[in-house]
Design a protein around this ligand. Structure first.
Ligand code: ZN
Length: 470
């Protein structure tokens, strides 16, 4: 039989290929071909490998290849202050009323440096797309950092709220002003004019008892009209949940459902404090829930036991994962969130099989794509989708003996076994390092920015508990 030869830009061969397609097909020795940034063919290596002539062939040497991770909740800009300030008071919600907010001090270059560090951290940890939670003071600075590193970012309108509750930090730059809130809504949607752009926009509310009924409805409707998600923080901590209860007169998810603001395109982050009567509205609306396990546990919020993330997932709710922000998480590393999700769910419920490695990989990929509103473009390795993927290596003790590559990568190798990361068919991480930016330069700019912030802030930086000897 004569085989036809087709042209591709890149062919990835000899991969333990985890597609995350609707049938959850896995090819023991698989291959995929990429042209113009999209997957044009996928299947057994013995077929794809001989059908395509490509500019570049990547041999995965039998290691796992899977879709890039999607981080559905983070704050891109705060990396320059990671661990620079004491845990209590936390560096944003300072009890000192004279202390300026981080966002009133931050300069564009500082925001660019922090965003670049955060994007680099994500890229190296296999995250190829993330949803930013509406806290960039200069979204253009963040967008440039994301493009420079080469991952995808979906940015939100900064600080939209029209109700002031205790959980909202005072930011001079973003005053409580109903007109400002309504006028700014949808400001990042302009980025969707370029369908090939790495940086896109969604509609974002700050959330947690900070929006009126009119603003909630305007935001979700605008998002729906533009085919994007409405993202907001929701039910993070008992404090903001009690504010919401008081403001709404009922539990917040019940209230939002009753006013018609809880819809399929809603992606709410945290959702740590969920009461019995909120389960049905969440399930019936087909909304997405973003579980940030580290962000709950680090600040002793109690999401592990008050949250219902694993139970909602088991019920068919689209649960995805998020990291949150520098001082609210361990790292921008979705692999860590995956393992924390499994550990906390099993420990809480006493059910060993409640969440599997395959379940959390689903949350981190295809569910993440739905939650970010890009399920037709990313989240699985299928013909027509963007070639956003992670290529592993097996050259690690934690990868041995390699009998179950999915459990290996979720539970033991996590981010350590990442060799290459591809976005749009371009290798942006090779041998674990960025091909796009000078990493040492990114680190130097971040340290410089951190010092710049420390000089201007009225909150004194942290003195180490074990002061180092000079
Ligand atoms: Zn957040």
């Amino acid at each position: 039989m004569e085989l036809l030869s087709y042209e591709a830009d890149v062919v990835v061969r000899n991969a333990y290929l985890v597609t995350m397609d609707p049938e959850r097909r896995v090819f023991q020795s698989g291959a995929l071909a990429v042209k113009n940034g999209r997957i044009i063919s996928i299947g057994p290596d013995r077929e794809i490998g001989v059908q395509f002539e490509s500019v570049r062939t990547i041999d995965a040497a039998g290691a796992a290849v899977h879709p890039g991770f999607i981080d559905n909740h983070n704050h891109l800009c705060l990396h320059n202050m990671r661990w620079a300030y004491p845990e209590i008071p936390d560096p944003i919600h300072s009890p000192d009323p004279s202390a300026k907010s981080y966002w009133d001090i931050c300069a564009d270059e500082v925001e660019y440096a922090g965003s670049k560090l955060a994007s680099l951290e994500m890229a190296r940890n296999g995250t190829t797309c993330f949803l930013e939670a509406g806290t960039l003071t200069t979204p253009d600075a963040g967008a440039k950092a994301i493009e420079d590193v080469g991952i995808r970012g979906v940015l939100g309108d900064p600080f939209i709220f029209d109700v002031h509750e205790e959980s909202v930090p005072v930011i001079e730059r973003y005053p409580l002003d109903t007109q400002r809130a309504f006028n700014s809504l949808g400001s990042e949607l302009k980025r969707n004019r370029d369908p090939d752009g790495l940086v896109r926009g969604h509609v974002n509310l700050r959330g947690m008892a900070s929006a009126s009924k009119d603003l909630e409805l305007a935001a979700v409707t605008l998002a729906q009209e533009h085919g994007v998600v409405l993202n907001q923080h929701q039910s993070y901590h008992p404090n903001d949940t009690s504010s919401d209860d008081r403001l709404r007169g009922s539990h917040p998810l019940v209230y939002l459902w009753e006013i018609g603001a809880l819809r399929q395109n809603c992606t709410f982050a945290h959702m740590n404090i969920i009461r019995d009567d909120e389960i049905d509205p969440i399930a019936d609306s087909s909304m997405s829930v973003v579980w940030c396990p580290a962000a709950s546990m680090l600040h002793a919020v109690g999401g592990t036991f008050h949250g219902r993330h694993a139970e909602l997932y088991a019920q068919g709710v689209n649960v995805a994962l998020g990291c949150d922000s520098a001082n609210w998480t361990t790292a921008f590393d979705i692999a860590e969130q995956m393992v924390l999700a499994i550990l906390t769910a099993r420990d809480k419920t006493g059910q060993i099989g409640l969440l599997t490695a395959e379940d959390v990989l689903t949350m981190a990929t295809i569910n993440g794509a739905k939650a970010v509103g890009l399920q037709d473009e990313i989240g699985s390795l299928e013909v027509g989708k963007r070639a956003d993927l992670v290529i592993r290596h097996d050259n690690l003790p934690e990868a041995q003996p390699g009998m179950d590559p999915i459990r290996s990568l979720v539970l033991s190798t996590r981010s350590k076994s990442i060799d290459k990361v591809m976005v749009n068919g371009e290798v942006i991480v090779d041998n674990g390092h960025s091909t796009k930016v000078d990493e040492a330069e990114v680190y130097a700019r971040s340290r410089e920015s951190s010092r710049w912030l420390a000089e201007r802030w009225t909150i004194p930086p942290l003195s180490p508990r074990w002061p180092p000897i000079a």
